[in-house]
Design a protein around this ligand. Sequence first.
Ligand code: TEU
Length: 545
Amino acid sequence: MKQKLWKNKVIYQIFPRSFYDSDNDGNGDIRGIINKLNYLSDLGIDAIWLCPVYDTDFADAGYDVKNYKSIWKIFGDLNDFEELTRKAKLLNINIIMDIVLNHVSSKHPWFKKACLSSKNIEHNYFIWRDKLSKNEKANSIFGGSAWEYVKSVDKYYFHLFSKEQVDLNWEHPDTIKAMADIIDFWYKLGVRGFRLDAIKHISKVFPDGKNNDFSWGPTAVKQLQKFNEIAFKDKKDIFILGESSGISKAEAIKYGTGKQKISSNFYNFAWWSIGWGKETGRNGYDPSWDYKDFLLKMKSFQESKKIPPDLMTNFLSNHDTSRAISRWGDENIFHNESAKTLALLQFSLKGIPCIYYGEEIGMLNPKFLSKNEFKDVDALNAYKLLVGKRKIYSDSEMTKYLNINGRDNSRTPMSWSDDINAGFNDGHLPWIKNGFDYKTNNVKKQLKDKDSILNFYKKIIKIRNSNKYKKILVDGESKMQLLNNGAFKITRKYNDKKIIVIVNLQKIYVKFKNLDYGKKIISSWSDNKKSKNILRPYESIMFLE
Ligand code: TEU
């Protein structure tokens, strides 16, 4: 498995339905992304990871693919897509395609044929049971049983996610060949990056039936290596990003380096569950979450010599989380400072940074009023399961918690301006509600303000790319230390050069004996007040020692 040197790249993730709506039908589209390429190039990013754009019923936001070689008509067509990759290339931006390997839509032609008769070849592409034994009472990740009955064949099929997402049988050789063929298709259209969705789940061979989180099953490595060999062997200029939620340090080393390598890079999920419900995950909330976890959960990844700078991609939020500032920062007076502190933290670490659309202007959770405003299958199932069936929450509690951690929070229209619909389009009602703060917080406004969050992102990207700091910030070793006063100290070191970052992730003043760690490179507070012994709320500073 070869890959271009991506360690010094910055990735930008787009949720296409909410980025920019070029034809004013309420849905973002590929032309919308083309229109905004100059904006992205000015921001300084090197690659765009596109959440799925294939033909879909959008049962799980496009992760239910009906045809892997097509574009959903709401998003445009293959000509638009080709134009996107071509124009992006001219700006030195690569496109990363989201490849959904674990399952297909229940409307995919294979599954339709599979349901017509057990004798059809396609029937074996899926996982079936005539009867459900005790061991097979598996639960889907979105709640409820993972087995669904099909009358025409009198059998149950397996779906780890929603029932509209049918798990593929990776033990069947056709599956691997078909997926490799899809990679070829997009490669020919100019795609040079591939995000492999939910790869830890592809192997479902559990002889004892006991492992019911269906992660890293016994044939995962064998099958994924076979897939890599067929899909990527002749492609020397690509980047592979494995999505394996909650991956541990040991797993990242095991599956990202050495003999069992199946992906050249993994997302680092160290932070994603901070503040989630202990039992209910992102459909709940834990008010006792501790900001120190940012350090404690990341430290071992950062300090391990076995984790090279290009093995992990670090993110604050994505389409599976809510907005980072609403979760962990301050939505009010320290909005700017907390957004910049989180950005500074992310960009100070070893690993490839991935910015989620809107994060660069500090977008917030939109505040959904009731169940009717949610679109996400996971959120709607949560009302059914946690309110209806298990009675853990009342209806209003559910709304409250989903407003904190639910996935729809990060799927709202990008705030481009203070015009109608945040400048997302020319006035057609968007498919999902708008943020509440776009009048005061939007791209147009922030472009004009030199101290805006957006301009901070531009600066921090430039710093990372500059000849002066690149080696230290990209290749340097990394140490994380919790200081007695509660601030974090991150030390990046390359040969005899050192960058020290002091991070205050709290809404309080923090005292220091001496805050002089060297020459200030950038700070999350934009005034130039110099205090030698106090950090203000969310004040974080990067120094060259
Ligand atoms: O997410 C996969 C994913 O999050 C699971 O691997 C994880 O184990 C689970 O959420 C446990 O918390 C990807 C996409 O990012 C997501 O949007 C999709 O819904 C999902 O796959 C299904 O395609």
